[in-house]
Write a protein that binds this ligand. Structure first.
Ligand SMILES: C[C@@H]1NC(=O)N[C@@H]1CCCCCC(=O)O
Length: 333
């Protein structure tokens, strides 16, 4: 799993700031901020660590959303599917997503907001390369990308004009993939608030959980499906819950060989431990047992993931429908 992502990432390097839009259909139209709308579903993907399968799960969500939209021939609506990687250090997860093409991918648009060549934490890569990006810049860029999706694909506050009425027929799904673990650093900048606490020309940063919290987006969390993964998964989830995040689903990808020495399958075991933790110390309103799933191990590199996605198609569609339901319900609660 780790190597699938890393090799795909290394295969294609993104440009430095400002980034370009990579899309198989059309580019984003000009910005015109609109409020969040039931037609414009957005999820933030966090993980227990780097290389636990965030990109694999993000691509699965993109594939499921694109396939569901393509299959919905009864609907007049056009659904766009968007993938945004705000901070990229080394390689290109956007390229990995586009490499997993399937039905409906003509409606998929991918975008990397800020990227650095150094394979390291964003705070370190930005400092080493002398390319600071502040939290305010990341949020402004992300908000403007989301506004553009909403403006293009429906939503809005009121439908007052014929053009707006036509727009409201559209809908969108946007998957935002964070970098590293939930508490991994954002990019650093002398403009970040905490720089003063460091002194000596050092640049401040936030945890990514803090960086994105003001967006109030529901989370898809990718747990760690290996031995040692229970603790980091629980610690990361607690960090998200304590910051007010709603976690809609947790996905584990089974570790590479799929089992321990005694035939223990750590991914499934970690998913079960999380279910038990929620039952004992939290409650199902914070995370439903049905929203915790475990996917089988990825094939070793260099085998493509096509067959793996094919055999897990139903699982991803189930996840897709669960997220749709939760998003829709949050507008009537
Ligand atoms: C290097 C990888 N490239 C990328 O875009 N995401 C990863 C970032 C990992 C950050 C880990 C920081 C930490 O928590 O130690």
């Amino acid at each position: 799993m780790a190597s699938a992502k890393t090799a795909a990432s290394l295969a294609s390097r993104t440009t430095k700031r400002p980034s370009t839009i990579r899309t198989l259909s059309s580019s984003f139209p000009p910005s015109n901020p609109l409020l969040r709308h039931p037609n414009n579903r957005v999820h933030l993907v966090f993980g227990a660590n780097t290389d636990v399968g965030k990109s694999v799960v993000s691509a699965g969500l993109v594939r499921a959303a694109a396939a569901a939209a393509a299959a919905d021939s009864s609907s007049e609506r056009t659904t766009s599917v968007n993938y945004i990687k705000p901070l990229q250090c080394g390689g290109s997860d956007e390229s990995f997503i586009l490499d997993q093409r399937d039905d409906g991918f003509e409606r998929v648009a991918c975008r990397t907001l800020f990227s650095w060549n150094t394979l390291a934490s964003p705070h370190l890569a930005s400092h080493l390369e002398g390319l600071p990006v502040s939290d305010a810049e990341v949020l402004a860029s992300l908000r403007s990308s989301l506004d553009r999706v909403e403006e293009r694909d429906g939503g809005g506050t009121t439908t007052t004009t014929a053009a707006a009425a036509a727009m409201a027929e559209g809908s969108s799904v946007t998957i935002i993939e964070s970098a590293g673990g939930a508490l991994s650093p954002s990019s650093s900048s002398p403009l970040n608030e905490r720089s003063g606490a460091l002194g000596d020309g050092r640049w401040g940063w936030s945890t990514q959980a803090d960086l994105y919290s003001s967006l109030e987006l529901p989370v898809v969390f990718v747990g760690d499906g290996k031995l040692g993964g229970i603790g980091v998964t629980l610690a990361s989830l607690e960090a998200l819950w304590s910051r007010g995040y709603r976690v809609d689903a947790v996905v584990f990808v089974e570790g590479e060989d799929g089992s321990g020495g005694d035939g223990i399958r750590f991914g499934r075991g970690n998913a079960e431990a999380l279910r038990e933790y929620v039952m004992m110390y939290r409650d199902t309103s914070c995370l439903d047992g049905d929203a915790i799933m475990c996917l089988p191990p990825l094939p070793p590199m260099p085998i493509a993931l096509t067959a793996w996605y094919g055999s897990n198609r139903e699982e991803f569609l189930k996840l897709h429908h669960l997220l749709c339901r939760r998003w829709r319900d949050s507008f009537v609660e």
